[in-house]
Design a protein around this ligand. Structure first.
Ligand code: CMP
Length: 136
């Protein structure tokens, strides 16, 4: 089924100059980047986005990382886009992410895994609304 998913190019990836590299991997796969914008995530928005991790020991460090600088938000869409994007992004932990994936190729240590991608259709729609507004 046709799906859309939210991708966040995290501050460490923007700082490393990887915006084009990351977006081009989605495009070369055959997915479409239907919306894109730059921005920042403040601490309140970061808490909301990652609230399901609030009880984890790494929560404050995760908030520090995602609020550290500018990010890029993108809506990526196409057939089975959620699974394709997650495959291209790789496992959460860069140590476990396969070479060839974005995290496997460019990340070395949590929480700095370069990209966030929605994990289900329901999460994707909520995250798209969170970062692109209610009409998106
Ligand atoms: P993301 O896909 O954005 O979703 C939650 C984020 O929390 C994850 O990427 C990592 O940046 C971070 N994270 C997940 N697990 C850990 C961990 N064990 N230690 C530190 N950071 C983590």
């Amino acid at each position: 089924a046709w799906q859309r998913t939210l991708v966040i190019i995290k501050p460490e990836a923007v700082k490393a100059g990887l915006i084009g590299e990351i977006l081009s991997r989605f495009e070369r796969k055959g997915l479409q980047i239907s919306r894109i914008r730059d921005g920042r995530i403040d601490r309140a928005l970061a808490r909301q986005h990652y609230i399901h991790h609030a009880d984890k020991p790494f929560f404050e460090g995760l908030l520090d990382a995602i609020t550290a600088g500018p990010v890029v938000f993108a809506i990526v869409e196409g057939p089975s886009a959620i699974a394709h994007v997650r495959n291209l992004v790789g496992a959460t932990d860069p140590v476990k992410a396969s070479p060839g994936s974005i995290r496997g190729d460019f990340a070395v240590e949590l929480p700095f895994n370069m990209v966030h991608a929605s994990d289900s259709p329901e999460t994707a729609e909520a995250e798209i609304r969170r970062f692109f507004g209610e009409g998106a």
